[in-house]
Ligand binder design. Structure first.
Ligand code: F6P
Length: 360
């Protein structure tokens, strides 16, 4: 009998998801393996929403943003929302997932996701399912890999925004603040800030002092540069304060929705710098659109490596980038904790060497 595997995309979308799906399907098909796509993340595994994926289904999707399979960051099968007697309650539906996949003849499941989806994959593996993870997220906050796919494309978008904000900053002698995503890690802010020539970068890893931020802006002013560019990661927080939470959405893998730190920094700077300030919140534009060349290549390498791992009989592993090599690492290691920026990371040192300030 032909071997069958399943593939799903979970959590927030990001550039390169379709490139991974395409690589998985192409590589599997050429090696005589059938692929079943599971719609809307783990929801499709609970609700039996399956679709056969062949070469035709993945034709022309390499450059497309989003995911042809759909995704979800709410449908954890171990705490799945169901309606019983007119009330919504959370139930463990993981056995149903195992039964549904077995019924489809799916022997291995490829989970393309961030820490939330990969944690679910790990739990399913502990119940006997064979799983391989593919590290996805614009936040680049997964351990055990140098880069997740999607990150570099998000950085490109943020850098492009910074290039555009520069013109207004310079022409109007203003301070322009760009708030970027990244959750509890500052990778997007750091890379985009460096690439986009920011003057100050605020990241969750370094609580900032607003006086130090003002000092950086004022020093530039004294040298004749009557404008500054500040990049604020959404998870940045002042030394004596908390992260700015926009809202909480219960039922999600992570209920916290961050947002608003840019406005807070602008407000707190008022009166300290004598320049007008404007805030741009980049939001989901960072998650949308085509993957850049780097992410298309990385996503394709991850997809084919995932099939190689399945064929080699591996399970409970995640494909990962280490230097220039794609390797497999234990899933447990990848989700053990979030990968924050080490304060002595070489890119941090480079940023400091060119005079970038972090509000400390
Ligand atoms: O994890 C990706 C990400 O875009 C984060 O950077 C951000 O905090 C979060 O997802 C936003 O989630 P949502 O799209 O559910 O608002």
């Amino acid at each position: 009998m032909t071997k069958r595997i399943g593939v799903l995309t979970g959590g927030g979308d990001c550039p390169g998801l379709n490139a991974v799906i395409r690589a998985v399907v192409k590589s599997a098909t050429f090696k005589g393996i059938e692929v079943i796509g599971i719609r809307d993340g783990f929801k499709g595994a609970v609700e039996q929403d399956f679709v056969k994926l062949g070469l035709q289904q993945v034709s022309g999707i390499l450059h497309r943003g989003g995911t042809i399979l759909g995704t979800s960051n709410r449908d954890n099968p171990f705490a799945y929302w169901v309606e019983e007697k007119g009330r919504k309650i959370q139930k463990d539906c993981s056995d149903r997932v195992l039964a549904n996949l077995a019924q489809q003849g799916i022997e291995d499941l490829i989970v393309i996701g961030g820490d939330g989806s990969l944690n679910i994959a790990l739990e399913l593996m502990q119940k006997g399912l064979r799983v391989i993870g593919v590290p996805k997220t614009i936040d680049n906050d997964l351990m055990a890999t140098d880069f997740t796919f999607g990150f570099q494309s998000a950085v490109d978008t943020a850098q492009d925004a910074l290039d555009k904000l520069h013109t207004t900053a310079e022409s109007h002698h203003r301070v322009m603040i760009l708030e970027v995503m990244g959750r509890y890690a500052g990778w997007i802010a750091l890379y985009a800030g460096l690439a986009g020539g920011a003057d100050v970068i605020l990241i969750p890893e370094i609580p900032y002092s607003i006086e130090k931020v003002a000092e950086a802006v004022n020093l530039r002013k004294e040298k004749g540069k009557k404008f500054s560019i500040i990049v604020a990661a959404e998870g940045a927080r002042p030394i004596d304060g908390e992260m700015v939470v926009k809202t909480r959405l219960e039922g999600r893998t992570d209920p916290v929705v961050l947002g608003g730190v840019g406005a807070k920094v602008a407000e707190d700077l008022e009166g300290l710098i004598g320049l007008e300030t404007r805030v741009t919140v980049l939001g989901h534009i960072q998650r949308g659109g085509s993957p850049n060349a780097y992410d298309r290549v990385l996503a394709t390498r991850y997809g084919t490596a995932a099939i190689d791992a399945v064929i080699a009989g591996e399970t409970g592993k995640m494909v990962a980038l280490k230097g220039t090599e794609i390797v497999t690492v234990p899933l447990a290691e990848a989700v053990s904790h979030l990968k924050k920026i080490p304060l002595h990371h070489p890119v941090m040192l480079t940023a400091r060497a060119v005079g970038l300030r972090f509000g400390d």
